[in-house]
Write a protein that binds this ligand. Structure first.
Ligand SMILES: Nc1ncnc2c1ncn2[C@@H]1O[C@H](COP(=O)(O)OP(=O)(O)O)[C@@H](O)[C@H]1O
Ligand SMILES: [Mg+2]
Length: 270
């Protein structure tokens, strides 16, 4: 059923804080590879970046789920994402018998970016400069195709570059959505720390992209859930069959979503 299906799995920062959860997710990803699918991982690291910023006496600021990023923040983000979390994920892949390969958007010029323009904050309707946050210009999937066609599970950190050697922080959901679209993934799966998209404390299990857009506009969805819905809408519009948002800390959530009829989180479709 999943033979040769490309599946883009984004592991959220909150699912990463607990290494046991991360290990379990990685185990399921290796399983998917074993049954013939072609899984790819993009990871976040928000809480760990925040924790390290605080160690250096820096106060994190978010605008609609996107981190305002100065030079120091980017340095910390790269250290945590590329130096630590990425390596940990690859190490777990190896532990479960898979072939992991760690990348960032910089490797093979996977993601070319430019500085993102000012954004209009949904919350207070003001224009804000996010600093070194990148906007994706182009996805070059060559390095990913080479990897997945040779049995590797690529693990991508959400850092990108431009051709002048400037580097940028990219929201991991945004990056996962763009990569999913460009590799023509069958599914985009966003693992996070809530059971799905919530409204009045209930999971909305089925969402059209239009309905998802309304949830952002009417502020049912705020903060870190905004880039998840935008990434899902973007991916589905560009041909990914379905996007799923679910709780990565629930044991085997990934497999439950893929192999049960009902699924367990929120599913976003055309
Ligand atoms: N309507 C909503 N449904 C679910 N989560 C929401 C909603 N609105 C805002 N959120 C917030 O979005 C968060 C998930 O985004 P984020 O903190 O960036 O997680 P991740 O590390 O997985 O990217 C949730 O923990 C929740 O606080
Ligand atoms: Mg997030």
């Amino acid at each position: 059923m999943l033979r040769d299906a490309k599946i883009l799995i984004k592991i959220g920062g909150h699912a990463i804080i607990d290494r046991k959860i991360m290990e379990q997710v990685v185990q399921d990803v290796v399983f998917l590879r074993c049954v013939g699918a072609k899984p790819m991982i993009v990871h976040g690291g928000g809480p760990e970046i925040t924790h390290n910023m605080e160690k250096f006496g820096k106060e994190p600021v978010f605008i609609d789920g996107l981190r305002v990023t100065d030079d120091e923040t980017l340095e910390i983000a790269e250290m945590v994402l590329v130096g630590k979390i990425n390596t940990d994920i690859v190490r777990f892949i190896v532990k479960y018998g898979g072939k992991g390969v760690g990348l960032s958007g910089i490797d093979g010029l996977l993601i070319s970016a430019r500085k993102k323009g000012k954004v209009l904050s949904e919350k207070d309707k003001k224009e804000v400069d996010l600093g070194l946050v990148g906007e994706i210009e182009k996805v070059n999937t060559e390095i990913l195709e080479i990897s997945i066609n040779n049995g590797y599970i690529p693990v991508v950190s959400p850092i990108a570059t431009d051709i002048h050697g400037n580097h940028f922080n990219i929201n991991a959901d945004t990056m996962a959505g763009e990569i999913a679209a460009e590799v023509k993934a069958r599914k985009l799966i966003l693992l996070t720390n809530v059971p799905g998209v919530l409204k009045d404390n209930e999971v909305i299990s089925d969402l059209s992209i239009d309905a998802a857009g309304s949830l952002i506009r009417d502020r049912t969805v705020t903060g870190g859930m905004i880039p998840k819905l935008n990434a899902s809408i973007n991916a589905v519009r560009k041909g990914v069959e379905k996007a799923h948002i679910l709780d990565g800390s629930r044991p085997h959530s990934l497999l439950l979503e893929l192999f049960t009829d009902e699924g367990i989180g929120s599913m976003i479709h055309l």
